[in-house]
Ligand binder design. Sequence first.
Ligand code: SME
Length: 154
Amino acid sequence: MTAIDNTLLTDIEAAIAAAPDATAAMTQAVAVLKARLPHFTWAGIYLLEGDTLVLGPFLGKPSPHTRIPLGRGICGAAATEKASIIVDDVHADPRYLACSIETRSEIVVPIFAPGPDQRVLGEIDIDSDRPAAFSDTDRVLLEAVARALAPRLA
Ligand code: SME
């Protein structure tokens, strides 16, 4: 696994810490990720409201999936399984809900509430127009971003 870009992570953590509220923190995180990682074609954050993931700040083409029930999509699977999911070929995954016809691969990383109970607050969702765009390095970076966001969302 390639080491994560600690300068990038530090910049995102600083942007999250400086944000005045939760929406600004999510907007900042999405903006820095999308600007600095060219394989991130679409970047957004869903927040869990009851049994539904509701789209919050995002950059990229508007998605038709602004509300995703927990049982649906890669997004629903990651929240239900409480685990990060990398899909190398979205067209080969029957769970996939299409956001854009150009999308080829996807990574979804849950955001857990601080503390021991692993409650899901939401998730970071990234799409790429490249097949198999996401590596373990992306997963580790996004899980660190999720940990930085969690206290702002809890
Ligand atoms: N592809 C996601 C839906 C969200 S859009 O990618 C923005 C899924 O399968 O859950």
